[in-house]
Design a protein. Sequence first.
Length: 118
Amino acid sequence: MSAIAPFSKAFASRNDQMNILCWEGYNSDEVLGPFRSANPGATVRAESGTSDPDMINKLRAGEINVWDLINVNQPWARDQLYPENLIKPLSKDRFMPYFDKMLPEFKIIHCHLHQMEI
């Protein structure tokens, strides 16, 4: 979770609270604990989604002002949300240092999907 620290401006812009819509398991203390420890003044709230369509419909219903971070399961969900301006892309420059730490087999998949050279 450290990849999302420190807080950045999102549709649901707040400075001391982060709301995450995610799949079951990503809302556990095991996953969120390190972020909470690194940001002791912040409140982190996570809610499990039941399906990608459910998460999409939450955003379509106006919850873009509720969620700072969402974790959808299928690429088609992104293809629904992005054209409707319900999500924003992450800064590639900000996250490229984490790309260097990926296991080689994931780098190959990532490069193939994004037509990049290793």
